[in-house]
Design a protein around this ligand. Sequence first.
Ligand SMILES: C[S@@+](CC[C@H](N)C(=O)[O-])C[C@H]1O[C@@H](n2cnc3c(N)ncnc32)[C@H](O)[C@@H]1O
Length: 174
Amino acid sequence: MVNSVSDSDSDIPTLSAYAAEALKDQFWYSDATSEYLSNIAHSIAAKNDSEGLIVFMSSPTAFVKFVDMYPNYQNVYLLEFDQRFNLYKEKYYKYDYNKQSELPGFLTQNKAATIILDPPFLNEDCLTKFMASVSLLSDDNTKVLLCSGAVMKPLAQTFNLKQTNFFPEHKKSR
Ligand SMILES: C[S@@+](CC[C@H](N)C(=O)[O-])C[C@H]1O[C@@H](n2cnc3c(N)ncnc32)[C@H](O)[C@@H]1O
């Protein structure tokens, strides 16, 4: 499955701040996709004035959009390798899927209402390690939204993930 980086906000990383090479190698969500994912996350996690835990894993533009759309929502965090997002201070935690068990204790203790993840590589090792982290962050009630390529579908199904009819869109690279 599936970021909001606002080019107008100098406090957050912007696509224009990325080096040309990095831009070519990344698959940043379109605004519409970021909004869609943010709304899904909010509709799952926000219930009757309570804030369920939302974790964005390696989906920074969706996280940035969520913060933009729901600035008062406190219980939302970004786990991401790219340390430029440490601009988000206590909302950001460096995450490396090769260290899949190294997660903030308060996140693994609280369990997420929803997790949105977009692993960097389309291979078994990467998705399996991401899902090991997801397992530590979730319980039976957690809704997991994986954004990935069709080639990962068979493996994703082994984690009880089902394909939806939503196809994320990405910004065009140069
Ligand atoms: C395919 S991109 C997904 C970006 C997403 N579409 C978005 O717009 O936010 C993969 C993400 O994985 C991150 N990443 C790269 N290496 C990683 C690692 N070792 N562990 C976890 N995440 C990593 C990248 O920084 C990038 O944000």
